[in-house]
Design a binder for this molecule. Structure first.
Ligand SMILES: NC(=O)c1ccc[n+]([C@@H]2O[C@H](COP(=O)([O-])OP(=O)(O)OC[C@H]3O[C@@H](n4cnc5c(N)ncnc54)[C@H](O)[C@@H]3O)[C@@H](O)[C@H]2O)c1
Length: 265
């Protein structure tokens, strides 16, 4: 069964990690994709992999902090596929780091660090929601019934005091944006939900300098009640469910994919 058969979807941050896995999975489920990322090489590779697996995708260079780029990604979906059905705002960056790779403390974060995190993790999602909603409303030819779907990647760090205060503040903003927009957009049949991963060994944060040694992966696994490393394909599966009609009556929720980290807090 194909959960997104023929649906036109934009996935930001799909040049790597969760976004790439979501692109592969959404395409396997019949979605027609615009893969958007600031990393042109990464997103071109994603599109190649989607096509090699028989899927449909185009690559768009997009910095989610720039309104024109985000609007252009949505416009690319409309041009290629005639409409937009799903906007997956997934691009994000980790807590600021020292050149050594150590995470900066809250007090060490500079204005540049703070502005960058807010611009990508918060403004990027706000712009993605605005561009998608504007398009959903434009294509809504039958009296506000068609609607559309937004999925955001927030983080378990947006739900509990864990994973860094500055990063957590940006992800917490998305948690509450989603709740508020769900109420506002429900009557327009636009659903919005979040996938909230725990720590993954992607190129994000601690994995920025390449694959992590097995001993470190084993240590990361022990930090979670389930004791398993979270693979980026796992939040992608939650995103697929939320994007699909299987979640037709679900809006405004947080789906943690965190090995249970948030359960005890
Ligand atoms: N890795 C983790 O531990 C973790 C935990 C919780 C939540 N998350 C969230 O998951 C999402 C995906 O992260 P990931 O782990 O796959 O990391 P990743 O680094 O593998 O992927 C993130 C992608 O976003 C892209 N990106 C960065 N800035 C961008 C911008 N300005 N415009 C467009 N694209 C941009 C990057 O080029 C990259 O391809 C992020 O929102 C992140 O905050 C990650």
């Amino acid at each position: 069964m194909k959960l997104l058969d023929g649906k036109s979807c934009v996935i930001t941050g799909s040049g790597s990690g969760v976004g790439r896995q979501a692109a592969l999975l959404f395409a396997e489920h019949g979605a027609r994709l615009v893969c958007a990322d600031v990393n042109e090489e990464g997103v071109a590779r994603t599109v190649d992999e989607v096509k090699a697996a028989g899927g449909e995708a185009i690559a768009v260079r997009c910095d989610v902090s720039q309104r024109a780029d985000v609007e252009a990604a949505v416009a690319a979906a409309v041009e290629a596929y005639g409409r937009l059905d799903v906007m997956y705002n997934n691009a994000g960056v980790s807590s600021p780091m020292h050149p050594t790779g150590a995470t900066k403390s809250f007090l060490e974060a500079s204005d540049v660090d703070i502005d960058r995190l807010l611009a990508i993790n918060v403004k990027g999602v706000l712009l993605g929601c605005q561009a998608a909603i504007a398009q959903f409303e434009k294509q809504d030819a039958d009296g506000g019934k068609r609607g559309g779907v937004i999925v955001n990647t927030a983080s378990v760090a947006g739900m509990i005091g864990w994973g860094g205060s500055l990063y957590g503040a940006t992800k917490g903003a998305i948690v509450n944006l989603t709740r508020a927009l769900a109420i506002e957009l429900g009557p327009k049949n636009i659903r919005i939900n979040n996938v909230n991963p725990g720590t993954m060994a992607t190129s994000f944060g601690i994995g920025a300098n390449g694959p992590l040694p097995q001993a470190m992966l084993d240590r990361m696994a022990t930090l979670q009640p389930l004791g398993r490393i979270i693979d980026p394909s796992e939040p992608a599966k939650a995103a697929l469910f939320l994007a699909s009609d299987w979640a037709i009556n679900i809006t405004g929720i947080q789906v943690p994919v965190d090995g249970g980290v948030g359960a005890g807090k």
